[in-house]
Design a protein around this ligand. Sequence first.
Ligand SMILES: C[S@@+](CC[C@H](N)C(=O)[O-])C[C@H]1O[C@@H](n2cnc3c(N)ncnc32)[C@H](O)[C@@H]1O
Ligand SMILES: Nc1nc2[nH]cc(C(=O)O)c2c(=O)[nH]1
Ligand code: SF4
Ligand SMILES: [Mg+2]
Length: 207
Amino acid sequence: MAHQIPDDGTLLPLMEEFYTIQGEGYNTGKAAYFIRLGGCDVGCHWCDVKESWDAELHPLTAADTIVSNAALHPAKAVVVTGGEPLIYNLDYLTHNLHEKGIKTFIETSGAYPLSGDWDWICLSPKKFKAPTPNVAECAHELKVIVFNKSDFEWAEYHAKMVSPDCKLYLQPEWSKSKEMTPLIVDYVKENPQWEISLQTHKYLNIP
Ligand SMILES: C[S@@+](CC[C@H](N)C(=O)[O-])C[C@H]1O[C@@H](n2cnc3c(N)ncnc32)[C@H](O)[C@@H]1O
Ligand SMILES: Nc1nc2[nH]cc(C(=O)O)c2c(=O)[nH]1
Ligand code: SF4
Ligand SMILES: [Mg+2]
């Protein structure tokens, strides 16, 4: 049976929630509570959480419960990820997190319109479903996954879509990391407006 998900954002398909260290991008090294919502139709062939794709496998959970769980942890910061979290209306969730003094960060492909009130937006655009201009304009961080050499040019194309003060990151696709990381290192040395982002949680063996 298909989930009937109310569009007021009070119920969300929750795949998992865990307290860990942000492994990627600008906030690397900072403790945060991760909320992983199920559902994604972007279809990245190298996606590292394909189990998230089918929303119906993940129980509809009260946003109030997610907020209370988040509030139990010392770091007052939440990363909402997925799946593609912007499939859902995130206004209610982020409003209630803020009411509890919790900062809101999102990891998104930008493939759906922006909802929610965010302290930090990490946009990781995908070839398989282009980001909406609205998310690109609001992004604090652009994180492009490098799977092959052509992705540098593609990254520059997206850098033109974001605001001038948006941080720019190149992150190797995990399975191609050995090949791509040296290319990223060379690229960043030549183009220092870009920085390298590694999936440090995978090296640390933490969630
Ligand atoms: C699993 S996605 C979920 C959020 C959203 N759907 C997105 O793609 O931004 C979280 C982050 O992991 C990155 N990611 C996913 N699979 C990866 C892989 N195999 N190697 C490197 N980064 C990956 C995504 O680009 C994104 O920045
Ligand atoms: N530690 C840790 N950091 C992350 N940063 C982005 C992640 C994600 O899957 O969205 C992620 C994740 O899954 N774990
Ligand atoms: S958009 Fe994100 S969750 Fe969806 S397939 Fe791509 S990496 Fe995976
Ligand atoms: Mg991850």
